[in-house]
Design a protein around this ligand. Structure first.
Ligand code: GDP
Ligand code: IMO
Ligand code: MG
Length: 431
């Protein structure tokens, strides 16, 4: 049995997609266990740049089976668009290659409208959601009123959709938003059902069988540890369990499946965040422009899903250590090290100060971060362009020292670093 979980160690956009793509060459199955099309995972293969929102990034490798697990919330319109886009880019999409859990939940246009209306009602205290209906869909799931993928197979699907949208319409009207066209949505879902039916499966059973027969399963996390509904910077979080343990419930695997699992935490060499919420190591003005980039490079820090400029800052070692603990991370992959080239000094937050106390471990989690001042250590920078380097021994000494500092504050080894978005721009870290 072999399971590897790829999880974001920060606030998302760490480069999970490209790391999943890297490991997918050795996996038979790649499965998403949480979230929906709020995710934006980029995989660069030569001239082609794939931006995946729902389908696991591992699908780019032709030998894999991609699974969308029960922990996901799936907008069928977005899914069909993504299937179409991948097919046009030459990726085979067939029921043999793509399996959708019958008990994943559906996102309807009403969830998206509710997301927008709720954000508007929050005013300046808004969460800064992606507007993809994620919160309202998980709310409906917890209220036990939502439509699931299995409903697409039901003979009375139009009636089920009608009832669901009529209830949502009452909520929309109470928020001052217009009601949606029930008949039109029911007709659209009937069409989605026809197209998606061949892909619907009992994925939990299929994954169990695959693990039993010795196949290698790669679980692809979406969002990041600090956006986890329970352990993130609540309420500025997403609505799902993003952490590695969420894999088990989100794919329908038993605890024993995790025995001996490799938990790979993907961590950017600095810190970014999209949307509202605390960010102790955030930087502004020139330093921010330097870390974010201007948008001329495809990897500059602008949201993959919404195009919003990402907030940027120095690597937060206290939060990284927290993520290592909550996920049980066994190895870190440090991405975008190349972006730090050319800086005179590189900072890393090793502790927080609160009143006259210095803290290296978060107590009561990360919800009260505004009360903390980061304590930075400054390390010498390096000038070399790292993009063409492939061997550990060719990295500048200062870059190696930075990686060692990350390992020390995180309390976990860095197994690889990436120095560009391309598949081969990876360096294995040596002892
Ligand atoms: P994800 O959501 O975690 O999959 O990350 P995103 O795809 O949203 O954002 C990561 C961005 O950084 C994408 O544009 C990637 O192509 C890019 N990227 C990933 N690794 C590297 C790297 O090592 N160097 C550079 N320059 N870009 C990278
Ligand atoms: P990937 O998988 C970065 C953020 C939103 C917002 C909060 C809640 O690409 O790393 P939601 O729409 O989920 O209700 O928004 O979560 N967020 C992400 N930030 N990367 C993501 O996904 C994100 N998915 C959601 O910006 O702050
Ligand atoms: Mg992303």
């Amino acid at each position: 049995m072999s399971l590897q979980i790829i999880v974001g160690a920060q606030w998302g956009d760490e480069g999970k997609g490209r790391i999943v793509d890297w490991f997918a060459s050795q996996a038979q199955i790649v499965a998403r266990y949480n979230g929906g099309d709020n995710a934006g995972h980029t995989v660069t293969v030569g001239e082609k740049v794939f931006k995946l929102h729902l389908i696991p990034s591992g699908i780019i490798h032709p030998h894999t089976v991609a699974v969308m697990g029960n922990g996901m919330v799936i907008n069928p319109r977005s899914l069909l668009d993504e299937m179409q886009a991948l097919e046009s880019a030459g990726v085979e999409i067939s029921p043999r290659r793509l399996r959708i859990s019958y008990c994943a939940h559906l996102i309807t246009p009403a969830h998206c409208a509710l997301d927008a209306a709720l954000e508007a009602a929050r005013g300046k205290d808004n969460i800064g959601t992606t507007g993809r209906g994620i919160g309202p869909a998980y709310t409906d799931k917890a209220a036990r009123t939502n439509l699931r993928v299995a409903d697409l197979l039901a003979p009375d699907l139009p009636e089920r959709v009608r009832q669901n949208i009529e209830t949502a319409n009452r909520s929309l009207l109470s928020l001052g938003a217009p009601a949606l066209d029930v008949v039109q949505i029911a007709a659209a879902f009937t069409d989605y059902a026809r197209q998606l039916a061949p892909f619907i499966a009992d994925t939990a059973l299929e994954l169990h069988t695959a693990l039993q027969s010795g196949q290698h399963l790669l679980a692809e996390g979406a969002q990041g540890s600090l956006l986890d509904i329970d352990h993130g910077t609540y309420p500025f979080v997403t609505s799902s369990s993003t952490l590695a343990p969420g894999t088990l419930v989100g794919l329908g695997l038993g605890l024993t499946a995790a025995h001996g699992a490799v938990i790979t935490g993907v961590c950017k060499a600095f810190q970014t965040r999209v949307g509202s919420g605390p960010f102790p190591t955030e930087v502004f003005e020139q330093t921010a422009e330097r870390l974010r980039g201007t948008g001329e490079n495809p990897w500059d820090e602008f949201g993959t899903t919404t195009g919003r400029p990402r907030r940027v800052g120095w690597l937060d070692g206290v939060l990284l250590r927290y993520a290592v603990r909550l996920n049980g991370i066994t190895e870190l992959v440090l991405t975008k090290l190349d972006v730090l080239s050319g800086l005179k000094t590189v900072s890393i937050c090793e502790a927080y100060r609160r009143e006259d106390k210095t803290l290296t471990e978060l107590v009561f989690g990360p919800s009260h971060l505004d009360a903390y001042q980061p304590v930075f250590t400054s390390l010498p920078g390096w000038n070399a362009d790292l993009g063409a380097i492939r061997r550990w021994r060719d990295l500048p000494e200062a870059a190696c020292a930075y990686i060692r500092a990350v390992e020390r504050v995180a309390g976990a080894p860095v197994s690889m670093v990436s120095v560009g978005p391309e598949r081969e721009q990876m360096i294995v870290v040596e002892a």
